[in-house]
Ligand binder design. Structure first.
Ligand code: ADP
Ligand code: MG
Length: 464
């Protein structure tokens, strides 16, 4: 037993490292990825930790490796290295005594093999729902009206109206909120339906477990009994071929049997890099609903709704200020409002513009630095005196194509958008067009001083 060789001091350190990780990553991720780690030995400044599968090793190394090592080093300065390696679990059959008294050896029939946890009821796989994430609390505006309408339709319908419903949009724009709302509504309206909501990460975890217990058949069987399956953040399924394959089959099965599937991701199916083409195109078969970045009206509406819900009077000026300045996403906007309210309540100050400036200076600064592709297009169009519409148009005249290329180049430099995303914002162009534009502008900058100054000037203006 490796456990017996370990110094109790080391065991205690490991317990603390695990405790800290748990509080950092949350219970769900902890259970999926960190709990299965087994400390095997500590030798010559190296901690060796075993995981049951290669897949898990890769995930743990890339997501938690650095942090684990840092926590170990903080616990024990002698440690310099962390080795996470694969070791298949020694599967002793787990036995449970049924009806055996203390003095009597259990008969063979009384020894019942305990089923692995994967054989439990499918509903237990569903993640808990946030009670606040209901349709009534969702503020609808231009950027999210399609996604909202589609979500309502799915939740209200007797039969799947489109399958799958694919919701996509940037972080903090309400994907999870809408999915939970569908679940709440469905459970209320059709109590007999089996609703399962889980993150793609969780889905993978269950799948890996099933693999480990050689139980993939019943894994699939159990998913087949679900009426409404929702998988959040499927971008995390990217690149893991076996899981993709499994996901694909489960998904096909459900759709073929008219079960509703709802998927969310941070990109559209066609932009999911590292996903098998077959799966990518299949995901786009139903309705693909894009949640766009918020606009001012929506943000103001959300401020109003939120203020009303927490029952605190917030001056209009303050709401306007926040809606105007915190443009990144709804999560951050809510966070900012909470912070201002908490602060004002704690120190007994009234909620004012000054409070906001004081309490939120970091968030405000971070939001200031963000430039959108639309702003870039607008500035560049103004500068070169072309129409904004030409940023999207198919016109190829150099007087128009060149500024468009400059705007693409700046979009690449100043935003974190991917090439396909940028292409889409320029009238649905291919990512290779964007790549070409970036290269072209770089070349011209080398060759032409005036052009170079122009581009730099635009850049400075946009960075403000
Ligand atoms: P995502 O899953 O897209 O990253 P979430 O659904 O977790 O985003 O939303 C982040 C936060 O913003 C949640 O607290 C959610 O309730 C809130 N939120 C997002 N969009 C809206 C909206 N349109 N109306 C009200 N609250 C919203
Ligand atoms: Mg989410």
């Amino acid at each position: 037993m490796p456990g017996s060789r370990l110094d109790p001091k080391i065991t205690a350190q490991w317990a603390r490292v695990r405790g800290l990780m748990r509080s950092e990553v949350g219970d769900a991720s902890y259970r999926s990825w960190l709990k299965p780690l087994t400390l095997v030995e500590v030798e010559e400044g190296e901690v060796r930790v075993a995981v049951p599968t290669r897949f898990m090793r890769d995930w743990v190394v890339s997501h938690y490796g650095d942090r684990l090592r840092a926590l170990w080093m903080a616990e024990n300065p002698a440690i310099g290295n962390l080795d996470i390696f694969v070791e298949a679990p020694r599967t002793k059959p787990v036995v449970r005594q049924v009806g055996a008294s203390r003095n009597q050896a259990p008969s063979a029939a009384a020894l019942k093999k305990v089923e692995p946890a994967t054989a439990t009821d499918i509903s237990s796989i569903s993640a808990p729902l946030d009670p606040r994430f209901v349709f009534e609390n969702f503020v609808v505006g231009k950027p999210n009206e399609l996604a909202y309408a589609a979500a309502r339709r799915v939740a209200d319908s007797e039969v799947a109206p489109f399958n799958p419903l694919f919701l996509y949009g940037g972080v903090g724009l309400g994907k999870t909120h809408l999915m939970h709302a569908i679940a709440h509504h469905t459970r209320q309206k059709f109590p007999e339906r089996r609703v399962v909501y889980l993150s793609a990460e969780k889905f993978m975890y269950h799948f890996i477990r099933a693999l480990r217990f050689h139980d993939t058949v019943s894994f699939k069987e159990r998913f087949r009994s679900v009426d409404l399956l929702m998988i959040d953040d499927v971008q995390f399924i990217n690149g893991k071929e076996s899981t993709q394959e499994e996901f694909f089959h489960t998904f096909n099965d459900l759709v073929d049997n008219n079960r509703q599937v709802v998927i969310s991701a941070d990109k559209s199916p066609s932009d999911m890099e590292g996903m098998e083409e077959r799966l990518r195109s299949r995901l786009g078969w139903g309705l693909v609903a894009d949640i766009h970045a918020t606009n001012y009206e929506l943000r103001l509406g959300i401020m109003d709704s939120k203020a009303e819900r927490i029952g605190i009077e917030i001056p209009t000026k303050v709401k306007e200020f926040l809606a105007h300045r915190i443009t990144s996403n709804v999560r951050e906007l809510e966070g900012a409002l909470n912070r201002v309210v908490a602060h004002a309540t704690l120190v007994g100050r009234e909620i004012s513009l000054e409070t906001c400036q004081d309490v939120l200076h970091d968030i405000l600064r971070a939001n200031d630095r963000r430039v959108t592709i639309e702003e870039i297009q607008k500035k560049v169009a103004e500068h070169f005196n072309i129409r904004m519409a030409d940023m999207h148009s198919a016109r190829r005249a150099r007087a128009i194509a060149r500024p468009r290329q400059v705007a693409m180049y700046l979009a690449k430099q100043l935003t974190s958008r991917s090439l396909p995303e940028i292409g889409r914002k320029f009238g649905g162009r291919d990512h290779t067009t964007v790549m070409h534009a970036v290269k072209k502008v770089e070349e011209l900058r080398q060759a032409d001083v005036t052009f170079c100054e122009d581009v730099d000037l635009l850049r400075r203006m946009l960075e403000g």
